[in-house]
Design a protein. Structure first.
Length: 236
């Protein structure tokens, strides 16, 4: 005698777009951003040393200048720049992958408020000048979509203070870096020392930007995981 097997209901009836995991990527981004901050600290030390050395030359003339000290200071600045660029390149790749996945998840939560297609979460970073606001707009929409719902089920966007602070610090560090690079092309000693001071300031602001970016990545990842746990979303 045959028996009809008992019906087992599916564990998840959700059949819409699936969420993409971001926890592992967020941990990787966090560690890489910390590495960038450490490289910035090294650059700060190198630029402080160079600024002090140039100040001594400016005050006492080249009679107080030791060639060995100048070469050592220049090597430290160059090493700091190279280490930072390597750390930044690695961080950018992993961050953009995380950023794109977070944007895809935001489309699952609230497709109606996503102003640009998910591909812009990658391409937006490579558009001259446009990279200063396109990724910020995508991040804002992802943040709003991932915010927890109100008690009545309506959308309630979390304050964007953290996002705004991170973006402002990152843009300021970019501007200071460009300005410092432009000033460094001058043959005037005082102008070159000023460029070192501007680069030093840029390094300091970039440390702040890296720390704020860590908090932003962790916060957005946490919001998306919390919202996903509330259902009825499925993950890949």
């Amino acid at each position: 005698m045959s028996h009809t097997p008992a019906f087992t209901p599916p564990r998840n009836l959700y059949v819409g777009p699936r969420l993409k995991p971001t926890k592992g990527l967020s941990l990787a981004v966090t560690m890489l951003l910390a590495l960038c901050a450490a490289a910035d600290v090294f650059s700060v030390v190198a630029h402080v040393n160079m600024y002090r050395l140039l100040g001594g030359v400016s005050d006492g003339g080249f009679a107080s200048y030791a060639v060995e000290d100048g070469e050592r200071a220049d090597r430290l600045v160059g090493l700091g720049s190279n280490v930072y660029m390597v750390a930044l390149a690695a961080t950018a790749v992993v961050f953009i992958v995380w950023f794109h996945r977070s944007r895809k998840n935001a489309e699952v939560f609230a497709p109606d408020i996503q102003g640009r297609r998910a591909g812009w979460a990658i391409g937006g970073w490579f558009i001259p000048l446009g990279s200063l606001w396109i990724p910020h707009g995508i991040a804002s929409a992802s943040w709003d979509a991932s915010s927890p719902a109100a008690a009545d089920g309506s959308r309630r966007a979390a304050p964007r203070t953290l996002l705004t602070a991170w973006w402002a610090a990152w843009v300021i560090s970019l501007v200071l870096g460009k300005l410092g690079s432009a000033l460094s092309r001058s043959d005037d000693l005082d102008a070159y020392r000023q460029s070192v001071g501007v680069m030093l300031a840029g390094d300091a602001v970039d440390i702040v930007a890296a720390v704020l970016a860590i908090f932003f990545v962790r916060k957005l990842t946490h919001m998306q995981r919390t919202k996903a746990a509330a259902g009825p979303y499925a993950t890949v």
